[in-house]
Write a protein that binds this ligand. Structure first.
Ligand code: SF4
Ligand code: SF4
Length: 213
């Protein structure tokens, strides 16, 4: 195949090598503009709400164990089939008693369905994303590992375990009373109906304004 080059250049362009001058000008402009790269790991980007990182089982501060009630919703909804749960029946109450909970993080596609569907806010995808390894085994989280993940996340980020809920997973505008009891926690104003921004007649307005019109 013959490649055609555009050779039609004016005399000025040929003499002064305008393309090179333009290229140097661009480099010079970028040299003094704000950098878009960050110096990781010294610098870290602020994560957006709803970031889906390392799995954890929230440790109930009152009992010291997982809050999971073995309803099996997360295991049923998981598209990657990477959650395994075993439970027994509590002889006293007749309810389910969690025996084991495992997640194979290498099969997980980080869809967040498990976190979203959980009625008691027991399983979460934390904002922790730094957990590489050379072996596969550390990514197979058993119940103890998942609880440890939570403990480390709480300690590192000074999280209040009583109030932790990823705001992204609370459907926007949903009244507190409409959430499952385990997820009824206050969230920042921008995630409430009042703070929500909606698109109306080609412009962004607050949900409160849109409802008033
Ligand atoms: S994030 Fe999605 S794929 Fe991963 S464990 Fe949860 S439901 Fe399964
Ligand atoms: S959905 Fe929540 S409570 Fe139900 S089994 Fe999964 S982690 Fe446990």
């Amino acid at each position: 195949m013959k490649i055609q080059y555009d050779t039609k250049k004016s005399l000025v362009e040929r003499i002064f090598l305008l393309e090179i001058v333009k290229g140097l000008g661009l480099t010079l402009r970028r040299l003094f503009s704000k950098s878009v790269t960050i110096q990781y790991p010294k610098e870290r980007k602020e994560l957006f709400p709803g970031f889906r990182g390392k799995h954890a089982l929230i440790r109930d501060p009152k009992t010291g164990t997982a809050r999971c009630v073995a309803c099996m919703r997360c295991a049923s909804v998981c598209p990657a089939r990477c959650i395994s749960i075993r439970f027994t029946t509590d002889e006293k109450t007749g309810g389910r008693k969690l025996e084991s909970y495992e997640i194979d993080a290498l099969r997980c596609i980080f869809c967040g369905y498990c976190e979203e569907v959980c009625p008691v806010n027991a399983v979460v995808l934390t904002e922790d994303y730094e957990y590489s390894d050379y072996e596969r085994e550390p990514f197979h989280f058993d119940m103890e590992a998942l609880l440890n993940n939570w403990d480390k996340f709480v300690e590192k980020n000074k999280i209040d375990p009583e109030r932790y809920l990823n705001p992204f997973l609370r459907p926007r505008g949903l009244a507190l009373g409409e959430l499952p009891a385990g997820k009824r926690m206050d969230v920042p104003e921008e995630w409430t109906l009042e703070g929500q921004v909606v698109w109306k007649d080609g412009k962004a307005v607050s949900a409160r304004e849109a409802a008033a019109e």
